[in-house]
Write a protein that binds this ligand. Structure first.
Ligand code: GSH
Length: 212
């Protein structure tokens, strides 16, 4: 298997955590999201993933984008260390937490969105940072309320799930933008417990060979 990703990409970070939890061997190919105007826009990468976003997983002759679809694929193909609870309701609830982050928080603060704010929309860096903080705070405040009900050791009970796999990269991203994480004590505590696990630690951006 080969994963096209980038050290700082939250979505690629999710897949790296899942690969580590399942102890799967995978080659990593860096797609630099800033260099050369963004290598995700190169013809070579576009032929692999027309969405021009990372990650993309290649498994033999099978190519797949979308980190959550990749998690689903890995969970189905390699069922060791399941990444979701197995009862219907718990499974759906853990997925909903993951989608709160992956669908409703992450896309608003993606690189191309922030670049559009300061580029074509002509807004200042201060406005971009205000946008970032607003959407993180909106998302994390709501998430904190949900986690007060669902969390055990991790986001949903005492087993790592997709929710944790989405949470830790989102927190890493928020820290880069100097969000004060002490405002969200449950998120902060879960993140610390996840970071203590080797699968999360080894997937961290600063552990990647393309980290600068
Ligand atoms: N929903 C997609 C999101 C992918 C995504 O937004 N990737 C970001 C990095 S986290 C990216 O490639 N950004 C490049 C850009 O914005 O130009 C997924 O989960 O895979």
């Amino acid at each position: 298997m080969k994963l096209y990703g980038y050290w700082r990409s939250s979505a690629a970070y999710r897949v790296r955590i899942a690969l580590n939890l399942k102890q799967l061997d995978c080659e990593h190919e860096s797609v630099h999201l800033v260099k050369d105007g963004g290598q995700q826009h190169s013809e070579a990468y576009k032929s692999l993933n027309p969405m021009e976003l990372v990650p993309t997983l290649v498994d033999g002759d099978f190519t797949l984008n979308q980190s959550m679809a990749i998690l689903d694929y890995l969970d189905a193909k390699y069922p060791q260390t399941p990444l979701l609870p197995n009862t219907l309701e718990d499974n759906a609830k853990a997925k909903a937490l993951a989608f709160d982050i992956a669908c409703d928080i992450h896309p608003l603060n993606n690189l191309r969105v922030l670049q559009y704010i300061t580029g074509p929309l002509g807004q200042s860096d201060e406005a971009k940072v205000a946008w970032y903080h607003h959407w993180i705070d909106t998302g994390f405040k709501s998430l904190e309320k949900k986690l007060a009900v669902t969390a055990g050791t991790y986001c949903y009970g005492d087993n790592v799930s997709w929710a944790d796999i989405c949470l830790v990269p989102q927190v890493y991203n928020a820290e880069r933008f100097n969000v004060d994480m002490s405002q969200y004590p449950i998120i902060q505590a879960i993140t610390e417990r996840c970071r203590a696990l080797p699968a999360f630690h080894q997937a961290a951006p600063e552990q990647q060979p393309d980290a600068v």
